[in-house]
Design a binder for this molecule. Structure first.
Ligand code: UDX
Length: 436
């Protein structure tokens, strides 16, 4: 099938390459010339495991191309919209500027029977509004939310848990769903659930899934706060409740909480939209989840300050991690980087390392010192703070080895990823999040 993908960020670039890898003829379109130049050469503009391979394969086979020229979308049967919907400046609502601009620029190139498939995360009600504009050209709008996780984006796109298609009522909607089934043929053939529904449900599936995940993380972090007041261990608690299949252990990872380009902005936009709908009360708890989440960053800073005897001023603090989670170079609303910035603000000499995210972190916070090598970062540190649970910090960092490098023996485990007993046995003062 001929497919166009408008917007080549985290979502769109992966989607374009993944669609080519399952056999479609794909053109990826973006207004950012730098991004297009990189992608055209088969280079990923960000770190995403598996992406460089399918980009190279796609561009070399001729099935995958990239351009800034929107007219290249003409002739494609399906046009995916994968542009960003960031948080509005000065508010919590989603900024739909890029979605509207993408649709406006695409309209003149649509033909009768084309499918426009929205993948961006939008406030409920957006698709119904856009549909009017799209249908005037004889094309049909489908809302097809994306659930990919950064770090697993390629796999999540090619082999998703489920596919959701919000379609208009009637034969146009049925036809649109059939065409999407054809686009995702390999996943459909494997028996991947394919849910056909209305626009509002499709939009809500996405934001409610993210709200649920954020709630699960904040729930366990709320338990961490209670554990701190009682001497309990939240990681053992999470293991124990996680064995209940109704609860499940996934997303019960306690620590400095969630960040990134999606969860924080999506729950805020959801709350803002609910207010507009007169249903603010229904998801008021999301404000509480947000607040719990942000408090965990304060707690990590507090542990470092206490660990260093009440002040970090003039102390060298080695911060392990800058990305909002491992397997990513994304530092958007990264709790890790936030903790580093706060410690720096308290007068610590903060040195940050990360296997992938240093360049992005430096662009955002040039005031911090960045060192690529982990051991160089640790050298002469008064305290070690683990904030992104990369394997090189969690599994592959023996306390005995770290002791040969650092000055102090204080370790703050912002992701509860270290073996507390092993660190203590090696002479360290270990501080976890919600652990004794
Ligand atoms: C999320 C959703 O998982 C995905 O379905 C959606 O499409 C986009 O948003 P992503 O932003 O890639 O994906 O990250 P995710 O793996 O969900 O992690 C989000 C944040 O929560 C990270 O900062 C991570 O460190 C944190 N987290 C995750 C925890 O603190 N504890 C956990 O148990 C899991």
């Amino acid at each position: 099938m001929r497919v166009s993908v408008i917007g080549c960020g985290y979502l769109g670039a992966v989607h374009a390459a993944a669609m080519a890898s399952i056999g479609h003829e794909v053109v990826g379109i973006d207004v950012d010339q730098r991004k297009i130049d990189a992608l055209s050469k088969g280079e990923a503009p960000f770190f995403e495991p598996g992406l460089p391979e399918i980009l190279t394969e796609g561009t070399q086979s001729g099935r995958l191309s990239f351009t800034t020229d929107i007219s290249a979308a003409a002739g494609a049967a399906v046009h995916f919209i994968g542009v960003g919907t960031p948080q509005q400046a000065g508010g919590y609502a989603a900024d739909l500027t890029y979605v509207n601009a993408a649709i406006d620029s695409l309209l003149p190139h649509l033909r009768e029977g084309d499918i426009v498939a929205g993948k961006s995360t939008v406030p409920v009600g957006t698709a119904a509004e856009l549909a009017t504009r799209v249908s005037e050209t004889g094309a049909t709008l489908v809302w097809n939310p994306e659930f990919l996780r950064e770090g697993w984006a390629v796999q999540d796109t090619i082999d998703p848990d489920r596919l959701v298609a919000g379609v208009p009522e009637g034969p146009d909607g049925e036809r649109a769903a059939d065409i999407l089934r054809e686009v995702y043929a390999p996943a459909v053939a494997k028996g991947t659930p394919f849910i056909v529904t209305d626009y509002a449900t499709a939009e809500l599936v996405k934001v409610s899934a993210n709200a649920f995940l954020a709630t699960k993380i904040s729930f366990i972090n709320a338990m961490a706060e209670i554990a701190e007041a009682t001497g309990a261990d939240v990681t053992e608690l999470a293991d124990a409740i996680g064995y209940d299949a109704r609860i499940g252990r996934k997303f019960l990872g306690s620590g400095i909480g969630f960040g990134g380009g999606c969860l924080p902005k999506d729950i805020r936009a959801f709350a803002a939209r609910a207010e507009e709908l007169g249903r603010g009360e229904s998801i008021k708890f999301l404000h509480e989840m947000d607040a719990i989440n942000m408090r965990r960053r304060d707690r990590a800073v507090e542990l470092v300050v206490n660990g260093l005897g009440g002040s970090v001023f003039g102390k060298k603090v080695a911060v392990l991690g800058a990305a909002f989670k491992p397997h990513s170079d994304d530092v958007r609303d990264s709790p890790a980087l936030d903790v580093a910035v706060r410690l720096n603000g308290l007068g610590a000499n903060v040195v940050v390392t990360d296997p992938q995210a240093i360049d992005n972190a430096r662009r955002l916070h040039p005031q911090l010192t960045y060192v690529a090598d982990r051991d160089e970062t640790l050298r002469d540190a008064d305290a070690v703070v683990l904030v992104t649970e990369w394997d090189e910090y969690r599994r592959e960092m023996a306390p005995e080895h770290v002791s040969t490098l650092t000055h102090g023996r204080v370790v703050v485990d912002g992701r509860n990823g270290l073996d507390a007993a092993a660190w203590r046995a090696a002479g360290w003062s270990y501080y976890g999040m919600g652990r004794p």
